[in-house]
Ligand binder design. Structure first.
Ligand code: NYM
Ligand code: MG
Length: 214
């Protein structure tokens, strides 16, 4: 009988990353439905979580209703993850899988695209829970821009997205699963399902939780 908390069954932390308009949001809701259908307890999360006080400040910044210094907004995005960290751990340990639309990698890639030092950007993320799976929905900034256009939020501009794409390339490691986001939606969905199922099953068997940065 396992008595240590580290060898008990748990939910998986699955993160979807990518440029704006890469299809993360649609794919994450499809994936959640699929995993539910397979009998997993699963929730859909996203960062920024705009429902908190910190999230409201972020939302107001993104919609150009407020101005903030680049480092200040960076730390707010990070604080928005920290304020959800305890709940995240509770959910995972109680067996709920979380499919998360953006995480620390967005935090670093978007802020580094403004010229902030990448190591400085990573520092406040240290100690957050490490994802069990990072799927990068790969699309060129040009193709993403063709998809029904961007909204009016800050960062949703081709030139900026090119810099973000560059920083995702710098950040990624061999554990990331890269999925071609330009494939038909059903093909992207199928690849995500396979990756997520394998990951959720491994976590069910008691894979230990770990922390950023790996
Ligand atoms: N974003 C998101 C950041 O700049 N830093 C972060 O830590 C996170 C999580 O917020 N353009 C940016 C990326 C997006 C924007 O996210 C809003 P979304 O997924 O479009 O709501
Ligand atoms: Mg967006």
């Amino acid at each position: 009988m396992a008595n240590g908390q580290y060898d008990s069954s748990r939910g998986a932390l699955i993160v979807l990353e990518g440029l704006d308009r890469c299809g993360k949001t649609s794919q994450s809701s499809r994936l959640v439905s699929f995993l539910k259908g397979k009998g997993f307890s699963v929730e859909s999360w996203r960062f920024p979580d705009r429902s908190t006080c910190v999230g409201e400040m972020i939302s107001s910044y993104l919609s150009n209703k407020s101005q903030l210094d680049d480092r200040t907004i960076h730390l707010l995005f990070s604080a928005n993850r920290w304020e959800k960290r305890a709940l995240m751990e509770t959910k995972l340990r109680s067996g709920t899988t979380l499919v998360v639309d953006r995480y620390s990698y967005s935090g670093v890639a978007f802020s580094a695209a403004k010229g902030l030092d990448i190591e400085w950007c990573k520092a406040p993320e240290t100690g957050l829970l490490a994802p069990d799976l990072v799927v990068y929905l790969d699309i060129t900034p040009e193709k993403a821009a063709e998809r029904g256009g961007y909204g009016n939020e800050r960062y949703e501009q081709l030139e900026f997205q090119r810099k973000v794409a560059h920083h995702y390339r710098v950040l990624h490691d061999e554990t990331w699963k890269i999925v071609d986001a330009c494939l038909p939606m059903e093909d992207v969905e199928k690849q995500l399902r396979e990756l997520a199922l394998e990951c959720a099953t491994t976590c069910q068997k008691g894979k230990p939780l770990s922390h950023l940065w790996l």
